[in-house]
Design a protein around this ligand. Sequence first.
Ligand SMILES: Cc1cc2nc3c(=O)[nH]c(=O)nc-3n(C[C@H](O)[C@H](O)[C@H](O)COP(=O)(O)OP(=O)(O)OC[C@H]3O[C@@H](n4cnc5c(N)ncnc54)[C@H](O)[C@@H]3O)c2cc1C
Length: 310
Amino acid sequence: MSQTIVIAEIAKGAIHPTTAELVTAANALGSAPIVIVPCTDSTIADTAASIQGISKVIALKSDIFATYDASSWATAIDTIAPSGTIIASANPQSKDLAARLAARRNIPVVQDVVAIEGGNLVSPIYSGKAMQTVSLGGDAVVSVRANIFTASAQGASADVSVVDATGDVATAVEEFLARASTRLDVAEANIIISGGRGMGSPDNFSHLEKIADTIGAAVGASRAAVDTWEPISHSMQVGQTGKTVNPNLYIAVGISGAIQHLAGMRSSKYIVAINKDADAPIFQHADYGIVATWEETLPVLQASLSAMMN
Ligand SMILES: Cc1cc2nc3c(=O)[nH]c(=O)nc-3n(C[C@H](O)[C@H](O)[C@H](O)COP(=O)(O)OP(=O)(O)OC[C@H]3O[C@@H](n4cnc5c(N)ncnc54)[C@H](O)[C@@H]3O)c2cc1C
C-alpha cells in the first residue's frame, strides 16, 4: 500500500477524537499515516502526535484555517500532502474537502466508507439500500464515517513539523451562528433517545429531553422529524444522511425503522424500540421492543429511571 495521509478533524480549535478513528482506517489500508493538522495554533498538533500507529504529524498553520473555505483549504493541503491515499472524516465539510482534493489530484474519491475489508473499501449506495465494495487501484481520497472504526490508542510521541501555509481565501465566513445548545451531541453520546414523526409535534420532544436529562443521554431524531419540524435541529438527525452513532443504548421512539435510519444506528449495542405498530420494521432490529404509544410508555419509563437514578 502506498503512503496514507490523514487530515485531522478539528472542532472548536482542538483535535477531535474522530482523528484517532481515521488513523485506524489508515492502518487497515496497510500503512502508518502522516497526519496533517490544519490549524491556526500549531500546539494542538501534539494531541495528534500521541495517537498510536502514525508515522509523523505535519501542523499546517495558517489564518485561513480559522474558518472553512473550501478552495484555500484544498490548495494548502494539496501543496503539503505527499502523494498517497488521503483519509478524511465523512462530515459535510470534510466530504466537500475530500472531493476538492480528489479533483485537484485527478484521483478518485470514495465517500462514507463504513468498513475496510482486505484493503477494499465498503460504502453505502442507492440511499443505503446496497453496499458497494471498491478495490483501490492507486491513490484515492477517502472519507470515513465517524463511530465505526475503533479509535487508535493514545500514548505515542510522533515527530511534529510545523509548516506555514499561505492562501487566498475565496469566500470569507463573516459570522458563524451555531444554534445554542447545551445538549450532548448524538455522535459523542453513550446513550441516545431519539424521536421520530410518531412524536406528533416538536413540543413532545420535551418528554425525550426529560428522560435524557435523567440518564445522561443525547436526544436524536429521524429525518422525518427534523424535516417536518423546524425546532428539531438537523444536527440531531441520525441515519444515512445524518450522523452515524454507536452508543451502548439507543432508544427509538415513534420511529418506523426505515433503512436510511437504520444505516446510522444499527451498530448500537442495545436497541430499544417504542412504537404503537407491532409490524414497524424497527422491531426486527431491536433487542427490546415495546408495542405501545409513547404517551403510555414514556411517563412510566421516566418514573422508573428517576427512581433508579436516585
Ligand atoms: C436518500 C435518503 C436519505 C435518508 N436519510 C435518512 C436519515 O439519515 N435518517 C432518517 O431517519 N431517515 C432518512 N431518510 C428518510 C427515511 O426513509 C424515512 O422516511 C424516515 O426515517 C422516517 O422517519 P420516522 O420513522 O420518524 O417516520 P415514519 O416512517 O412516519 O414513522 C413514524 C412511526 O411512528 C409510529 N407512531 C405513530 N404514533 C405513535 C405514537 N403515538 N407512539 C408510538 N409510535 C407512534 C408509527 O407507527 C411509525 O412507525 C432518508 C431517505 C432518503 C430517500
